[in-house]
Design a protein around this ligand. Structure first.
Ligand code: GTQ
Ligand code: FE2
Length: 355
């Protein structure tokens, strides 16, 4: 009886593995692809499905210390069940029932809230109560204490965006509980940060600010007016829109003019009736939520009808096109600031989109 002697090459691979070594030449294509090859796939979530499940969670699952938040994450079908919308972005629907409170904590992960419908929840950031209303963007920069409370008799749900997967990948996560009782249930008309930093083009002299944006609330009336002005002026022949019938604004840190958050770009886009964007793709990933109106998004050649509340994930280097018959507003968030800070940003236009 003879067993085959392992060849010298087989033996080499075995010895490499035993020595915790791994050669590049067997897996160069996977490690260093010609273009990004995300595990995440283009994916769409319907608001009515997500909201319905959030509502059921509200009936069955209490919110409190430990679990911290009744937040349900979009789990990209390409990511093996992980609660990540893309490789770097967390997107969740958070739901607070009548009079419910979510306790104080802080973490190194950066967060925002975007309100697609409803009102009545106050997010308290570092002791500053901030009202959340339809169309508003509310920031929770890293290591800022925050808690949420619903002051009304009606439930409220909103979109949370965080850089949880990025921070996990970098092993940069830090988390601390805050006090068990709410810092305040005060409900002032305007938050302190808005009173100091919310005046266009004016920054307070002598108010110390941390590196993160000192403005924590971006109100829909301003966003709406800015987008309307862009489209009106473009129609009169003035420059300034992203594309034909496509206006967009980026939320910025009023102290620096840069992105409102260090790791997440936040933008609102408006398509005029009949508009269609040119196919485009970027290195880096994004999540979009339709805020108002309806239309369609084409992701890597597949067209999906979308309407208010619906969400979709655009993984790195996936070409996307938006179109609408009657007009559509969309909120977008992405990891663009990370790519730009690291010199990894790249984009392709329509001609390249099919390559
Ligand atoms: O509201 O503090 O969706 O800490 C995930 C983690 C929300 C929050 C999420 C969080 C929060
Ligand atoms: Fe949090």
């Amino acid at each position: 009886m003879s067993t085959r002697e392992p060849s010298a090459l087989d033996q080499l691979y075995q010895d490499l593995a035993d020595a915790d070594l791994n050669p590049l030449w067997t897996q160069r294509e996977g490690l260093m692809p010609e273009t990004p090859q995300p595990d995440a796939v283009p994916a769409v979530w319907r608001w009515k499905d997500v909201y319905g499940l959030a509502e059921r969670s509200g009936e069955l699952v209490p919110v409190g210390r430990g679990g911290e938040r009744r937040a349900i994450a979009l789990a990209n079908p390409g990511l093996g069940g992980a609660p990540y919308a893309t490789a770097t972005l967390w997107a969740a629907i958070q739901y607070l029932g009548p009079r419910e409170q979510a306790p104080a904590h802080r973490h190194s992960q950066t967060a925002f809230r975007f309100v697609v419908e409803g009102e009545g929840v106050w997010t308290n950031v570092e002791g500053d109560p901030v009202a959340m209303r339809r169309g508003d963007l509310l920031l929770t920069p890293g290591m800022h204490f925050h808690e949420h409370h619903n002051t009304t008799g009606a439930p409220m749900a909103w979109l949370d965006g965080l850089d949880i997967p990025l921070v996990r990948g970098l092993d940069a996560g830090f988390f601390e509980f805050g006090p068990d009782t709410l810092a305040t249930t005060a409900t002032p008309a305007v938050s302190r940060n808005e009173r100091l930093w919310g005046h266009p083009g004016l920054r307070p002299v002598g108010v110390p600010a941390r590196p993160a944006s000192p403005l924590l609330a971006y109100r829909w009336e301003h966003t709406d007016a800015a987008l309307a002005a862009q489209l009106e002026l473009a129609a009169q022949g003035h420059p300034g829109v992203v594309g034909d019938g496509h206006a967009a604004v980026r939320y910025t840190n009023p102290r620096t003019g840069g992105d409102a958050l260090s790791t997440i770009r936040t933008e609102m886009h408006r398509l005029a009736p009949g508009a269609r964007t040119a196919a485009r793709r970027v290195a880096g990933s994004a999540v979009w939520q339709v805020f108002d109106g309806a239309g369609a998004v084409t992701l890597a050649g597949l067209r999906h009808e979308v309407a208010a509340g619906d969400l979709f994930a655009v993984p790195s280097w996936v070409p996307w096109t938006l179109e609408t018959a009657d007009g559509m507003d969309l909120f977008r968030f992405s990891d663009d600031p990370v790519f730009e800070a690291l010199g990894l940003d790249r984009s392709g236009d329509e001609r390249e989109a099919d390559r």
